[in-house]
Design a protein around this ligand. Sequence first.
Ligand SMILES: Nc1ncnc2c1ncn2[C@@H]1O[C@H](COP(=O)(O)OP(=O)(O)O)[C@@H](O)[C@H]1O
Ligand SMILES: [Mg+2]
Length: 246
Amino acid sequence: MIELKNLTVRIEDKMILKDVNLHIAHGETIALFGPNGSGKTSLLKTIIGIPAYRVESGRIFFDGADITELTMDERAKLGIGIAFQRPPAVRGVKLKTMLRICMEKRGIFNEDKINEFAHKLNLHNCLDRDINLGFSGGEIKRSELLQLLAQNPKFIMFDEPDSGVDLVSIHLVGKVINELLEKEKLASKRTKAGLIITHAGYILDYVNADRGCIMLNGTIICSGNPRDLLEDIRTKGYEECVRCLK
Ligand SMILES: Nc1ncnc2c1ncn2[C@@H]1O[C@H](COP(=O)(O)OP(=O)(O)O)[C@@H](O)[C@H]1O
Ligand SMILES: [Mg+2]
C-alpha cells in the first residue's frame, strides 16, 4: 500500500530524513520505534505532505501511484490519514462540524453515527467544543481518532497514540485503532494498513503489530519482530543500535 524509496527530506537547510526505505503491505501494521529527535514524526508529516518537509530525493508511492508531488488534501482524499502527536487547537470550529464535513464528503453523514462514534470514544461532551481547545491530553488523542473514524482512511498513521494517555483511555484508543485497521478481519481480507509510532510500546499490548522498525538519525536501520525489538530496546537501549550499526 505504501512504498518509500530512498526518501531524503530536509526542513529549510537541515537534513532530517536520509535514504528511508519502507514497504507496508495491505493488511499490515508496522510499529516504528526510535529515540527522541530521530525523525519519526517527520517521516509521518512527509508522508501526509506537510509542505515544510521538502523531499530532496526519493519517491513516495501509495497503492502504486507516485504521490510525492501531491498536496496534503489530495493525499487525504486518496485515503491517507494521520492522528497527530500534538495537533493544534482550531478556534471557531466545533468538533462536531469537522466530523460532519468529513462524513458528508463520504456521503454518509448522519447525526446518529456521529453520536455513536463520540460515545465509543467517550467524547460526547466535547462535540460542541472547538476542536482540541482546552482538551486534556487523553481527549486530544481520542479526538484525533474520532476524526479518523469520520474520515475512514485506508492507510493510517498514529503518532504516539499511547503517550500521555491514562489506562482507561489507552484501552479505548487500542480498541478504536483495531477497528480503524480492521483487525477483526484476516490480514488477507483487510483493505487497511497502519504505521504506529510508539515510544514505550504500551499500545502494542492492545494493538498487534506485524513488524517493527527502528529509526535512528533519520534512517530506518533495521526491522523485525516488534516484541523482540522492544525487548532489546528496553534491556540494551538505543546505544546498542549504534554499536550494532558499526
Ligand atoms: N518544523 C521543523 N523545523 C525545524 N526542525 C524540525 C522541524 N520538525 C522536526 N525538526 C527536527 O528534526 C529532527 C527530528 O524530529 P522529529 O521528527 O520530531 O523526531 P521524533 O518524532 O523521532 O522525536 C529533530 O532534530 C527536530 O528538531
Ligand atoms: Mg515525534
